[in-house]
Design a binder for this molecule. Structure first.
Ligand code: DC
Length: 220
């Protein structure tokens, strides 16, 4: 890449955003920032400290003293590596509603913007192209059918030796899509100028190649 570049990748849960974003970041020599992990870290802190996200004062006090950062692909909450602790169904269940609270989004948006001010990044999430970096150099909106996303998640869990019920996973995905795209404040939405890529019948390399084609075409 010729200069500092910001790539925004938004889309619903399970569309393959993080895998694709990681691979794309490697190809263009940028850092990968997983904003979902940041909302999950907030959820973990809420659970650990017993903070009610509907209590504005308690929430603000918790957020004021909180730092979320990344190091070598690990998520750091106040300096502690919480990468594994944030990947549980309990944390997913708290991250979805708490990510709809404006104070939480203001705090994380500021941290995300500071990360993008320093270096080239590929950032994935729900509001990167619409709110965090409306002037991003490249914006993609990655989707896949709910069935395909549930199938991928089921396979992923079974590969790790975990029990997985396809129908339950599909129902959870549809429920999360609804919550993320219908919340009042900054819902999941495709930016008007984002390139939409439906990955239902594509593999990871196919998606990354498609994105690279857009980047190369404009960067040449
Ligand atoms: O992508 P994920 O499943 O790790 O995200 C966890 C939750 O955080 C999910 O419910 C949506 C929310 N989120 C958000 O509101 N905005 C972002 N930029 C990223 C995630």
């Amino acid at each position: 890449m010729r200069q500092k570049t910001i790539v925004a990748i938004d889309g619903p849960a399970g569309a393959g955003k993080s895998t694709v974003a990681k691979a794309l970041a490697k190809r263009i020599g940028a850092d990968y920032i997983d904003t979902g992990a940041m909302y999950r870290a907030v959820a973990l802190k809420l659970v650990r400290t017993g903070t009610d996200y509907n209590d504005p004062e308690a929430l603000q006090a918790m957020l004021d003293g909180m730092d979320v950062d990344f190091s070598d692909g690990h998520t750091l909450l106040d300096g502690e590596d919480v990468s594994h602790l944030i990947r549980t169904p309990e944390i997913s269940a708290v991250a979805s509603p708490s990510s709809g609270i404006p104070a939480v989004r203001y705090k994380l948006t500021a941290l995300q913007q500071a990360m993008g001010a320093r270096k080239s990044i590929v950032m994935d999430g729900r509001d990167i192209g619409t709110v965090v970096f409306p002037d991003a150099d490249f914006k993609f909106f990655l989707t896949a059918s709910p069935e395909e996303r549930a199938r991928r998640r089921t396979e992923e869990m079974r590969a790790k030796g975990e029990k997985a019920d396809f129908e339950q996973i599909k129902a959870d995905i549809i429920q999360r899509d609804y919550q993320d795209s219908h919340r009042d404040f900054r819902p999941l939405r495709k930016a008007d100028d984002a390139v939409e890529i439906d990955s239902t019948d594509m593999d990871i390399d196919g998606v990354v190649d498609t994105m690279m084609a857009f980047i190369d075409a404009r960067d040449r």
